[in-house]
Write a protein that binds this ligand. Sequence first.
Ligand SMILES: N[C@@H](CCC(=O)N[C@@H](CS)C(=O)NCC(=O)O)C(=O)O
Length: 217
Amino acid sequence: MTPTITAFERSPDRGKGLARDMRVRWALEEVGQRYEVRLLSFAEMKEPAHRMLHPFGQIPTYEEGNFALFESGAIVFHIAERHTGLLPDDARARARAITWMFAALNTVEPPILDRGIATLLEHDKTWYEERLPILDDRVRVRLGELSSLLGDAEWLDTAFSAGDLLMVTVLRRLSGSGLLDEYPNLSAYVARGEARSAFKRAFADQLAVFTGKRPTG
Ligand SMILES: N[C@@H](CCC(=O)N[C@@H](CS)C(=O)NCC(=O)O)C(=O)O
């Protein structure tokens, strides 16, 4: 059955692929699973019909017939469990990849999100200029730790996994901040993720929603 996911009808990032449907699109592309997309306005996301799928009135969601999921991490995990390519077969390597999925969402994303919310919604507050460097430093703590751990490795563990997929999408949320540039190995890691053909297809598809032009190629 072809799954259906939801995405913004008009993404606030103007097609930069920072919204969380990008993770799900990329995972589906990695495993070669076709999918449909239902686009939603902000108003539609808050309506009861969508809240039946997503209790918090957000995107992305994932439907296969009458089976529905929300939370991008859970959706990527579901896809990774049902197909080959995103989680290793070896039990310990698989557990480590899943650990990286949680680390991306629970340890690395929160300070990045705090910073993103401040720049988006709090830039006109009197205390913004004072707060931003504090938020930047919290992000730097995690980036420094991740950078030391990654070193010159290609991926977080022995092979690309759903852990890398989520980590790359989380780090991409720093685009435009300049923070990632302070860690050349992390910039290169993100670039390696973005160079994957599955990423490129997913990116082109979400961009096409914004530009209104069908992706070429
Ligand atoms: N933890 C959730 C977060 C979902 C989320 O914040 N979605 C954003 C788009 S990236 C959204 O729908 N924002 C609109 C809103 O919250 O009203 C996940 O990973 O799926």
